[in-house]
Ligand binder design. Structure first.
Ligand SMILES: CC(C)(COP(=O)(O)OP(=O)(O)OC[C@H]1O[C@@H](n2cnc3c(N)ncnc32)[C@H](O)[C@@H]1OP(=O)(O)O)[C@@H](O)C(=O)NCCC(=O)NCCS
Length: 133
């Protein structure tokens, strides 16, 4: 069964501006080491960050919380499989929220899809629960 869906569109130029103005403070507050490593090696640094920003917003919507003050952005993080497919990991408050919304006897799976076409970066997140058996 589907537990939640979320979507977000992020402006890459806006993210580039924030990166320019706030640099490491922004990077370290919002993005995990894995996310930073991926983005900083890319030609399109801001686009890579913008996709991950959109993924976090979309995930917070799928979790039904939205982005509240004080929540840790790093508790919703994107990594990539060897094929390039993105995977969303949740920790801390986001993992707790996921556990709360998952019916007993079920295991939750988070699906994420990312795309970008300058100036836009987009993310979709679907949270599914499957019987544990
Ligand atoms: C997956 C693919 C369709 C992406 O299309 P694109 O137009 O280049 O890029 P988009 O802007 O639409 O999407 C990029 C995002 O697609 C996602 N993506 C990449 N590979 C993926 C895959 N195998 N499955 C699902 N999503 C994938 C990633 O999240 C990527 O963003 P990120 O690298 O910042 O995380 C294209 O790269 C492709 O056909 N890849 C398969 C062949 C290949 O090149 N393989 C190399 C790795 S073995």
């Amino acid at each position: 069964m589907i537990l939640g869906v979320g979507t977000d569109l992020a402006n890459i130029d806006r993210i580039a501006g924030v990166l320019e103005r706030h640099g490491d403070r922004f990077r370290n507050r919002v993005f995990t080491e894995t996310e930073q490593h991926k983005a900083e090696r890319r030609k399109d640094v801001a686009g890579t960050y913008a996709k991950r920003w959109a993924a976090k917003e979309a995930c917070s919507k799928a979790l039904g919380t939205g982005l509240r003050m004080g929540i840790s952005w790093k508790d919703m993080a994107v990594s990539n499989l060897r094929t390039g497919q993105p995977v969303m990991q949740v920790t801390g408050w986001a993992a707790n929220r996921l556990a709360e919304m998952t019916p007993e006897g079920h295991i939750a799976v988070i699906h994420v899809s990312l795309t970008d076409d300058h100036p836009w970066a987009q993310a979709f997140v679907v949270i599914e629960a499957n019987p544990a058996t």
